[in-house]
Structures are given as structure tokens and as C-alpha cells.
Design a protein around this ligand. Structure first.
Ligand SMILES: *Cc1c(COP(=O)(O)O)cnc(C)c1O
Length: 233
């Protein structure tokens, strides 16, 4: 077994245990394998171990891997990086999910450019929970208004919220940050009772997935624990 296959097993068991400890239904948390900077061969190894969903941050790099792996029909591609508006067409056409939508202009373009596809593009609204100047994401206060406008767009399906909380917080503060995102999703569901699609909280990474699952995460985005440390750019 390759070490990537071992790691898929280890992370999957961490997720199962955290799901059980949180009193949540088995299978309610999915693993998104974050493969940025990793070669296509690493993705192939993870896929052989049963991993289906992969997250990428850089469009050009992702498109090359999507092409190189087109023989694997069941791969599910998630875009999780910052989005420039001149890149939306390729994102709308090559991916199944986008976790990092943080403004209406981007959502409108993705919707227009998804037209003609068989399925809508699943999207999450990224929230800058700790209001860090260096980070993408809308403010928590803007979520209700943005969500209302995005829910009205065709060709994209608003699934929920995503965040990357400041990792240098205490465990208690991190927990409170994840809980804030969960509360924001509850409020959205209450305010938009017809929006059956709102079922997703994309939060938690290699170091904090247990805390995120306890707060209600449905996707955890894991890179390092699967593929090892990335070279710093
Ligand atoms: C890189 C990245 C991850 C994975 O982080 P790890 O700490 O390596 O697990 C998750 N989410 C986003 C948005 C990322 O850019």
C-alpha cells in the first residue's frame, strides 16, 4: 500500500470517529482531498484508495490535472481558491463544486457560464469569519443578502457556507468560529425554507477537522494529512 493510501485510511477513520463522537449520522461528513501543488500521480494513488473528491486552488494547475486524469470518470472536482472574474468560464465548465464564491459578480458569471451543462454548479459562499484583511470571503453580516440573490440565479445551486478560520486562535475561539458559520447556515435555512439545497458546511482542515465536525462540518478539506507537507512557495 502506498503511504497516500495509508493516509486516506487514517483520515477516513479520524472523520468516522469524530462523526460518532459528535453524535452525528455515519457518512454525513465527506472528505475533500486538497491536492494543490501535488502531481496527478498522487491523485491517482488516492483514487485507488477510494477517494473521489479533490480540491484545487490554482486554475491552470487544476486544468492540467483534470485533463491528465480524464480516464477516471468518477472524479469530482472542487475549486477552493480565490477567483478572478476573468477565470470564471473555465471554472464553471471544468468543476462540479466551487467553495470560494464571495461576491455576487462571480456568482452571476458562474451561473451564465454554466449554461448548457447537464447539472448546476454547486457553490458555497466563503465567509471571512475573523475579518482578516489578508483573506478572501464576504463578511458574516453580508451572508443573508448575498445568499438571497444567489439563490435566484439559474445554473448554480447554493449549497451552503465555507470558511478558513484563523488557525492561530485558541481551540475555544476556533470552536466558536466554526459554530458561528453553523449558526449562519441555520439562519439561512430558516429564512429560505424553500431552498432545499442548503445542506453544506465546508470547514475544517488537517489540524482541526475534529473541532469542525463537532460544530457540524459536512465537508472537511484535507491536504497535508493525506499528501504530506507542501513546499512553501
Ligand atoms: C490548502 C487548503 C486546505 C488544506 O489545508 P491542510 O492544512 O493542508 O489540510 C484546505 N482548504 C483550503 C481552502 C486550502 O487552500
Amino acid at each position: 500500500m502506498s503511504s497516500i493510501a495509508d493516509n486516506v485510511g487514517t483520515v477516513t477513520r479520524r472523520i468516522q470517529k469524530a462523526t460518532l463522537n459528535a453524535g452525528r449520522e455515519a457518512g454525513s461528513v465527506r472528505l475533500l482531498a486538497v491536492s494543490k501543488t501535488r502531481p496527478a500521480s498522487d491523485i491517482r494513488a488516492a483514487h485507488e484508495a477510494g477517494q473521489i473528491a479533490f480540491g484545487e486552488n490554482y486554475l491552470q494547475e487544476a486544468l492540467e490535472k483534470i485533463d491528465a486524469l480524464s480516464d477516471l470518470a468518477d472524479l469530482e472536482w472542487h475549486f477552493i481558491g480565490p477567483i478572478q472574474s476573468n477565470k470564471t468560464r473555465q471554472i464553471a465548465q471544468a468543476f462540479h463544486w466551487v467553495h470560494s464564491v464571495d461576491r455576487l459578480k462571480i456568482a452571476r458569471r458562474l451561473s451564465e457560464q454554466r449554461e448548457g451543462a447537464e447539472t448546476p454548479l454547486n457553490i458555497c459562499l466563503q465567509v471571512n469569519l475573523n475579518e482578516e484583511a489578508s483573506k478572501a470571503g464576504c463578511l458574516l453580516a453580508d451572508v443573508p443578502g448575498l445568499a438571497r440573490e444567489i439563490l435566484a440565479l439559474p445554473n448554480i445551486c447554493l449549497r451552503g457556507l465555507m470558511a478558513i478560520p484563523d488557525p492561530d486562535q485558541s481551540e475555544a475561539d476556533l470552536k466558536a468560529s466554526f459554530q458561528k458559520l453553523a449558526d449562519a447556515l441555520d439562519n439561512l435555512r430558516r429564512d429560505n425554507p424553500d431552498a432545499q439545497s442548503l445542506d453544506t458546511l465546508s470547514m475544517g482542515m488537517s489540524g482541526d477537522l475534529e473541532i469542525a465536525i463537532d460544530a457540524g462540518a459536512t465537508w472537511v478539506r484535507v491536504g497535508t494529512a493525506l499528501f504530506g507537507a507542501r513546499a512553501s512557495p
